[in-house]
Unconditional design. Sequence first.
Length: 352
Amino acid sequence: MIPRHDPRLKAFASDNYAGVHPEILQAIVAANEGHQVAYGDDVYTEAMGEVFRRHFGERARAWPVFNGTAANVVSLRSMLAPWEAVICAESAHIHTDEGGAPEVAGGIKLLTVPTPDGKLTPELIDAQAWGFGDVHRAQPKVVSISNTTELGTLYTPDEIAAICAHAHGLGMRVHLDGSRLTNAAAALDVPLRALTTDAGVDVLSFGGTKIGLMYGEAVVVLDPEAATGIDYLRKTLMQLSSKMRFVSVQFEALLSGDLWLRNARRANAMARRLAEAVRGVPGVEVTREVEANAVFAVLPADAAERLRKRFRFYTWNNETGEVRWMCAFDTTEQDVDDFAAALAEEVSATSP
């Protein structure tokens, strides 16, 4: 098979653009020979469960699914009765970037809250945490947060603990969208459980694809009383993989050692390097503090369009022209320097 792309070219549009980490590929190959029981009754899925318990506690149980949308929908559906609803930030991925999947596939009502930085607080939660017992209103039951958030910001363990305490005090549960949880933990230099189990999170969507997996995310239940029926929901929502060993072995490779941490630290470090490299370019403004592996900036629109022909990236806000640049586990210093040089070149070519 001849490659159909130039592997030297990197993009800054999303960490999903990256390939598969070589150690993950090796794990897939190692699991490939011979036969194993299908649908999750295999030795690799058993080993994966033990790895998740080591990170998140003995009560944690993990279910692999194909993608992040499914992880969120299966998680939330398992936490809700049909008449109950989810409170989330207005910018939350489940609201803005799931193609309506929570509503269409999950039948889930989302109660959104505007936030200045993508983060909820107990006070912001209260903007939607009302109407308990009112048959005319969907009953707030779950608070869903993302770490890192869609705006690249971080929740600290104390901030998550405050949200969990507040939600639990109202009889609600907490779900964490952790598609980039590894980046958050690396940036804060804390264990994964410090941002989840120890803070009081009930159910977690754990991301793998953005941090080096070929495909696969996981629903991780931290409190068994918070979720029901996942074994059945995963099949009902078309997320039960027949050859599950190939999803599970990737998580074992990612989490059994420090691969997750190495990958996250690299992505975060390259984002910091990128922000520093572009700050001195006239006409370019880094608009948000770089807390993990995302850089947000504003630059002249014509320069952005020319630069996009050389490096893929997305416009985040069409009204302001703000763009988002993402760094991945395989982003190198040379990639960052090449991008920054191309940016400076295109900005200098912009007509005054």
